[in-house]
Design a protein around this ligand. Structure first.
Ligand code: GLY
Length: 301
């Protein structure tokens, strides 16, 4: 079958001066994933590579450029899920690694576990041959300024973060064999307490994938996403309605009405149709839908 991929670069009030960089980053990631898919890569490989492109791009809150926590550290969460076996691999509160999504993939493929956190996740990564980096390698200037501002002024409310800024990245794909996968990666919310793990590495919250329905990846306020299992809720709505756009809208509407959450979701279904929705001012996303040839990068649904 014709493959498809959709990526997101976070759902928040993306400032005008960062719009171009977000569009470019999403387009580059979607095209990287799609090129791999048309050349026979699996959906898992495509979503991991697409997300790694965004982790390497300092404009996004994932990998390099992630928000600092209250202790001035970068702690990363990431997950990949594949829809044939419902298998998943994830890392939480992982420090000193540039590409947590690649380590999440190792958890999926090389272990019988789903989620490794903190020091254990770091030890696992080093055992698998990943080179640790310094805190400074992951830092970009505006995150350091943001952290210094926090030290001066104290913690902002979580709602303000999402009305202001959060940038989780994610990807969903279907490959030429009809297998789906999703991946999500984040530095989490700015100025989170040390050890806080969000929705992104949790099955059914930050991502879900099932070959019998489709794959979804979420972005936004983690605690609210967890409360409604946003990615699984979206896939359940897809099973019911059969339309990815409708399913994404229903899931985000449920999150808003039940817990007043803010965020967004992207999806590809088992026929290769793309869907997306958000209730934040903006969400950066990009996709290539193989069966229709539709290609899009946008900052708003
Ligand atoms: N959705 C990202 C986070 O809350 O950590």
């Amino acid at each position: 079958m014709k493959p498809s991929i959709i990526v997101h670069g976070g759902a928040w009030d993306i400032p005008d001066d960062l719009v171009e960089a977000h569009l470019k980053g999403c387009e580059t990631a979607a095209e990287r994933g799609y090129d791999g898919l048309v050349n026979g890569e699996s959906a898992v490989q495509a979503v991991v590579e697409a997300v790694a492109v965004m982790e390497d791009d300092p404009v996004f809150d994932a990998g390099v450029g992630s928000f600092l926590n209250q202790s001035g550290q970068v702690e990363l969460d990431a997950m990949v899920m594949e829809g044939s076996s419902l298998g998943s691999g994830a890392v939480g509160a992982l420090q000193h690694m540039r590409n947590p999504i690649r380590i999440a993939r190792k958890v999926l493929e090389d272990t019988s576990f789903s989620l490794l956190v903190g020091d254990g996740a770091l030890r696992f990564a080093v055992e698998k041959g990943f080179e640790p980096c310094t805190e400074e390698d992951l830092l970009v200037g505006h995150q350091l300024e943001d952290y210094r501002e926090f030290l001066r002024t104290g913690v902002l409310g979580t709602r303000e973060f999402f009305e202001g800024g959060c940038d989780t990245v994610g990807a969903c794909a279907i490959d030429t064999d009809g297998r789906v996968a999703s991946a999500t990666s984040t530095g989490g919310i700015p100025r989170k307490p040390a050890g806080r793990v969000g929705d992104s590495p949790l099955v059914g919250c930050g991502a879900y994938a099932d070959d019998q329905a489709g794959a979804a990846s979420a972005t936004g306020w983690g605690e609210k996403i967890m409360a409604v299992l946003l990615a699984k809720t979206a896939i359940d709505a897809l099973r019911l309605h059969g339309d990815p756009a409708e399913a994404c809208t229903e899931a985000v509407t449920t999150m808003k009405s039940r817990v007043d959450g803010l965020g967004g979701i992207i999806m590809v279904d088992s026929k290769g149709t793309i869907g997306y929705h958000h209730n934040t001012p903006r969400m950066a996303f990009g996709f290539v839908e193989g069966k229709t040839g539709r290609r899009k990068k946008a900052i708003r649904a």
